[in-house]
Design a protein around this ligand. Structure first.
Ligand SMILES: [Zn+2]
Length: 270
């Protein structure tokens, strides 16, 4: 008579059928409460009066109609517990709370959906545990969520490809801008300077508004910075503790010489 029905464990996303929650039991329920269960074990007031609600219970209640039990999920009808099968909810599956989009879509897809609550004794209130929905509705909702995830993944890939193409076009335009002002600059060097200046998120001159507009000043700044770091001992001076302004003063002639050489077509700065 008191056979224990085990409720299958479910992960946060897993839904389990409820038909297996109750076992055996015959006879017609009278008062509906078996002897070892205190009559007031379940608070009789549902959270939303008049709305269909399913209660999670650890109280070992039995169905007042078919006497199956103990029931982990039950409905109260006129204060008497009923199993989901007797309440005509046996065809629904439990979707635990936690995935808002899946829950919303499952309810949209389901002709009948019922909120499952549990009484939190410590907080003296009912807390929502999930919903019961039609299994086919849950499957459709899962498909919609998967399709969304796939659509997002494809959009991210498209965005990444577009950004890469934009970066390549921008870097090429920047390199062309360098060669326009400094025709003597080797092409591969111009490409390297442009690529360095255009790195996305670098905050370098190529990514500034002036750089994106390819102003002469932005191009010259990028070239000067490159010459300073690559063609002069600027970095070694800084490393040796020479103050920045003093270091710049010392390398200024070398920078001017390099720029002057690059401004003339075909000359090599050596
Ligand atoms: Zn029943």
């Amino acid at each position: 008579m008191q056979r224990r029905a085990r409720v299958p464990c479910a992960g946060p996303r897993a839904a389990y059928g409820l038909r297996g929650a109750g076992v055996g039991g015959t006879g017609v329920g009278g008062r509906g409460v078996t002897g070892n269960v205190p009559p007031m074990a379940l608070p009789a007031t549902p959270p939303s009066p008049g709305r269909l609600v399913v209660f999670q219970s650890r109280k070992g209640k039995r169905c007042a109609a078919c006497r199956r039990g103990p029931l982990s999920l039950l409905v109260l009808e006129d204060g008497a517990p009923r199993c989901l099968a007797c309440a005509d909810l046996g065809h629904l599956v439990f979707l635990p709370r936690g995935d808002t989009a899946l829950t919303r879509r499952s309810r949209e897809e389901s002709t009948l959906s019922v909120v499952v609550v549990r009484f939190n004794r410590r907080k003296s209130r009912y807390e929502r545990q999930g919903v019961l929905v039609e299994e086919a509705a849950l499957a459709r909702a899962e498909e919609r969520c998967l399709a969304d995830a796939e659509a997002r993944r494809r959009r991210r890939a498209r965005d990444a490809r577009r950004r890469t193409a934009e970066d390549e076009r921008f870097t090429a335009a920047f390199a062309a801008g360098i060669l326009r002002l400094f025709p003597g600059c080797p092409a591969e060097r111009a490409a390297a300077i442009a690529a360095h200046a255009s790195v996305r998120g670098s905050g370098r001159v190529g990514r500034s508004a002036a750089g994106r507009a390819l102003s002469d000043d932005a191009v010259i700044s990028a070239v000067v910075a490159a010459v300073r770091h690559v063609d002069t001992p600027y970095d070694q001076l800084l490393m040796a503790g020479v103050p920045r302004h003093e270091a710049r003063r010392r390398i200024a002639p070398a920078v001017r010489g390099a720029l002057r050489a690059w401004r003339e077509p075909g000359e090599d700065v050596g």
